[in-house]
Unconditional design. Sequence first.
Length: 296
Amino acid sequence: MLGISLSQVVFSWSQGFEEFLRERKRRRKIMDPETIAYYRNLFKKHLEGKTLSEDLINYVINHKNKWLRNVFRHYIQYLYYLRKISPETYGWVMEVVPSRNYKMDVRSYPINIEDLVKTLSVLRENHELYYLVYRLMLEGGLRLSHAIHIIESFNPNEIIEINGLDVETHRLVCFEDKGFCRYYVGLRESVKPCEWAYFSLDTLRLLKEYSGISISRRALTKYVKRRDLLLPKYVRKISWRLMIEVMPREVARFIQSRFGELKISEARYEDLLSEADECYLKYLKESIYHLHSLIS
């Protein structure tokens, strides 16, 4: 009976499945366009047009690319959501097809300023666009995905209303006398939020030059790996370490949009914004300018 019920299901990538991944998954939703594209390519290559069967399940389980298991499991969840498979079939398939394995061992990675200086120096000389991405991550404590988002969608003159303040303002506000700007990103509903991006006027000049250009996160990561440079994920960690040396942790959390660690009431929001404007100048002078001066 199980074989009969499985044979009625044919795998087909659709817009509905993409919408399910982005908006309707019960657990962590998949918002990143590059991840969606990667999943789509895997699906089209290995699953498109295939009939759900025990042979297909064994193929997925034993495939060398373990990400295929994730794509397969997501589609099974989608089929269950559409009521195209029974609860018994759903439970059995999810049981026998494990998710991609993650090693939970603790690894230490010594991050030092010399690695960062070398990386910034190489990128400035050889790939100014990636250099801009690293500057945004360092100066604002941004994640790689958020730095790329800002470059691709930069719209400084747009008028927005800031949540919690009931104030209309331009997305980009620059303090010319202090040498820095803050840009309202406004990603608060995503899994990884980003409210504000702080950066220097020098970085703003680069941002205006490269705004609107698309950047592949995977291509950037491959580029720095081939040259043995500091990986993007460590830049935010360095920025955090430097920030908490010159400002209160609560303000650093606000700047880096660590909202899971920071509960903000409407009354407190405005205070933190003004405190961040004051503290950021010290971070810029004592940490960022010093680092840029070391780049050969």
